[in-house]
Design a protein around this ligand. Structure first.
Ligand code: NAD
Length: 300
């Protein structure tokens, strides 16, 4: 099976590498030349355009930052026709980016007009999950397309959920990330309060992990530097899941809430915190650097 993989960033590169290791013929494209070189070293075939790699692929996987990148790739822009109108073959399209459910439905609808099958398949599990092949895939689309995609998704993920029709993968993912944004900022706030009042952050983390405040951010993604080996916080918040991407996802949650009349006071608060943090120049740091908004004890 030939797979075209488009978007080789923090997530896409390790995901594509796992497909190579599993024996698939993987053709890759990214706008960044170094990203292409790194995947070539892993055994993938680099291409000079998205069309070149997708032309006769059985499956196209995209892992791009936001909805505008996904729309532009598949639907095109005023001066650049998109993939859908230029493909002669009929690959299954799997978009693993986190984008709005409306964007996913627009792209999915356009795919159907071109006789193409489309799944929105956003992921959870972060960069560690992408490297380990243990991501959670949350998939929206037709049941038969979900079955077709499963052997490919199984290589990159451990838990593969069919959420419902096109767009539902994104709805579920956005709900999850809104909760994650709330948990991460709440965890940072609690740690800063404890440290300001004399607690050692490692001791406090251990106590809260074993108590009713335990949560994913505390258990596997502790935002305080030095508390957890290998965490983004322990490597100056480099790499990981960028603050700007979390701000984007919380914006998607806000849009979803507006469109459906839902109140999301906690999600709105978290969005404001991450947007403020980004505006202070931290957009390209891992999102757990939200700890810096609560600077108590951080300077020492
Ligand atoms: P990233 O910014 O590291 O990578 C995106 C890549 O897409 C870059 O290499 C960029 O050059 C490339 N790109 C952009 N436009 C392109 C185009 N037109 N053609 C080819 N390549 C193009 O982002 P990431 O962290 O890998 O995240 C990708 C998606 O996954 C986002 O939607 C994000 O919200 C989601 N996500 C990220 C994480 C995480 O922990 N980083 C976790 C879950 C979901």
């Amino acid at each position: 099976m030939k797979i075209a993989f488009i978007g080789l960033g923090n997530m896409g590169a390790p995901m594509a590498t796992n497909l190579v290791k599993a024996g698939f013929e993987v053709h890759v494209f990214d706008l960044v030349a170094e990203a292409l070189k790194a995947l070539e070293a892993e055994g993938a075939t680099p291409g000079s355009s998205a069309l070149e790699v997708a032309r006769d692929a059985d499956v196209v996987v995209s892992m791009l930052p936001a909805g505008r990148h996904v729309r532009s790739l598949y639907l095109g822009t005023d001066d650049n026709p998109g993939l859908f109108s230029r493909l002669n073959s009929k690959p299954l399209i799997i978009d693993a980016s986190t984008i709005s459910p409306d964007d996913a439905r627009v792209v999915g609808g356009a795919a159907a007009e071109h006789g193409l099958r489309y799944l929105d398949a956003p992921v959870s599990g972060g960069i560690a999950g992408a490297h380990a092949g243990t991501l959670t895939f949350i998939v929206g689309g037709a049941a038969e397309d979900f079955v077709t995609a499963q052997p490919v998704l199984d290589v990159m993920g451990k838990n593969i959920f069919h959420a419902g029709p096109v767009g539902s993968g994104q709805v579920a993912k956005i709900c999850n990330n809104m909760l994650l944004g709330i948990l991460m900022s709440g965890t940072a706030e609690a740690l800063a309060l404890g440290v300001r009042n004399g607690m050692d952050p490692t001791v406090l983390s251990e106590i809260m992990k074993q108590s009713s405040g335990g949560n994913w951010a505390l258990n596997v993604y502790n935002p305080w530097p030095g508390v957890m080996d290998g965490s983004a916080a322990s490597r100056d918040y480099q790499g990981g899941f960028l603050t700007d991407l979390m701000a984007k996802d919380l914006g998607l949650a806000w849009e979803l809430a507006l469109g459906s009349g839902a109140a999301v006071p906690m999600g709105s608060q978290a969005r404001n915190l991450f947007v403020q943090h980004s505006a202070q120049g931290n957009g390209k740091l891992d999102f757990s650097s939200i700890q810096w908004l609560y600077r108590a004890g951080m300077e020492s």
